[in-house]
Design a binder for this molecule. Structure first.
Ligand code: PLP
Length: 410
């Protein structure tokens, strides 16, 4: 996805100089936990002193992403409902709500449980629950949390949800999931979606809250104009569906969709109320490569805030170095992670425990014990590999956040 040239240009323009000392103490979360109060670290610890591999989030970059998203959606007259599948971390969800988001989304009922338990009140689960076990859990959530909304995409499932809601003594809020053409999830727009909405509206255990339509297939289309054309075309049938629901007197208070790649396009879909943006908070190499409205080569609307700190294990072969962050720390998503602050290097995380660095034109020679930071390839699966993330400002570790929904894949 994309060549290394634009990524290099991005790094030249945006990356700060990287200080890479030789290895020091190597603090682990267990060392630091006793020094934290309400997740905030009370000691003066540099990120370079952490044991590796470690997941870092740069607070200045993340806060700038939150602020930018909020300013764009509010000037476009819509809201953000960020997808917590990206960060799986209640602290990040809380910052999103504080920045103005109307709630969050989750992909799994287990993620929803974690977020609701941690006090995040408005949770839209974007995947349907289809098995009795998960439906029961979802109804259990609805019993205690009035802000929990779930998706459905078939009449059979809507009836199952209604039966379970009645059995649990609750009325469950439901949105109809409409397919933008990817045929992954969602019901066909038009009459099938309208009829499903009408059914939900009449079933005794359910309350129709609106609809959703997530166009995942357009998010990474390279080039702003091509992305805009594609997503508006693909959303048009859902926009018509929403309008026919409204004309039929059905509730359309939620029409959720969109993502990081289309965040500044989605408001052009009439009736859309909010965008389910996920990656914008962290960014990654996949998104950097797609280009933005004002910059054809690099998607620089948001700053890469999520990095993996890694240590050089072997530097004895010319032009190469081996680090301690391989597939189990970085995943094997492509494009490969980007070495932050370096333009003449390529990084491969293909083998399980080792990352391979090739030097083309380094600003410095990396020696055994040196540390460096990697901009992640694809933020969502990388986060799911770690129990904590270190929240850093400049070089200082400010807080340690538990990735509480890590591994919540069911
Ligand atoms: C249903 C749904 N909504 C929203 C998102 C967020 O997308 P992005 O990370 O591109 O903003 C995703 C990501 O896969 C998704 O599956």
């Amino acid at each position: 996805m994309g060549s290394s040239v634009p990524r290099r240009r991005f790094l030249q323009a945006a990356a700060a100089a990287v200080w890479v000392p030789t290895s020091v103490k190597g603090f682990t979360p267990d060392d630091l936990d006793p020094m934290t109060q309400d997740d905030v670290l009370q000691a003066d610890v540099s990120k370079w002193e952490l044991d590796t591999p470690a997941l870092l989030v740069d607070l200045d970059a993340m806060e700038s992403n939150l602020a930018r998203m909020q300013s764009v959606v509010s000037s476009n007259g819509i809201a953000s409902r960020p997808h917590a599948k990206t960060h799986k971390c209640p602290q990040v969800a809380r910052l999103q709500i504080q920045s103005g988001s109307v709630g969050i989304c989750t992909a799994k009922v287990s993620e929803a449980e974690v977020m609701l338990e941690h006090g995040i009140e408005n949770v839209l689960m974007t995947t349907s629950n289809v098995t009795p076990f998960k439906i029961e859990r979802a109804m259990g959530l609805r019993r205690w949390h009035s802000g929990f909304v779930q998706a459905t995409d078939t009449p059979e499932n809507a009836r199952d949800l209604s039966d379970a809601a009645v059995a649990a003594g609750v009325t469950a809020d439901v949105v109809v999931d409409v397919d933008p053409g990817g045929r992954r999830t969602g019901i066909t727009p038009g009459r099938p979606a309208l009829e499903l909405a009408q059914l939900v509206d009449t079933l005794p255990g359910l309350r129709l809250a609106g609809m959703l339509c997530y166009d995942g297939g357009s998010q990474h289309v390279a080039g702003f104009a091509a992305r805009r054309t594609q997503t508006l075309e693909r959303l048009a049938p859902a926009v018509e569906t929403c309008e026919s629901m409204r004309r039929a007197g059905l509730n359309t208070e939620i029409f959720s969709g969109g993502g990081t790649g289309t965040y500044n396009i989605d408001h052009e879909n009439a009736g859309l109320t909010d965008i389910q943006v996920g990656s914008y908070v962290f960014m990654d190499a996949q998104y950097l490569a797609i280009g933005g409205e004002s910059d054809d080569e690099v998607y620089s609307d948001f700053q890469p805030s999520l990095t993996i700190l890694t240590t050089v294990l072997n530097s004895q072969y010319e032009g190469r170095a081996t680090t301690d962050a391989g597939a189990k720390s970085c995943t094997i998503n492509r494009p490969w992670p980007i070495v932050k602050g370096e333009t003449g290097m390529s990084y491969t995380s293909g083998s399980d425990e080792f990352g391979s660095l090739r030097y083309e034109d380094p600003s410095r020679i990396y020696r055994t014990g040196d540390k460096l930071e990697l901009i992640v390839s694809h933020c969502d699966p990388v986060v799911n590999l770690y129990d904590r993330m270190y929240a850093v400002r400049g070089d200082r570790v400010e807080a340690i956040w538990r990735i509480a929904a890590r591994g919540m894949s069911a």
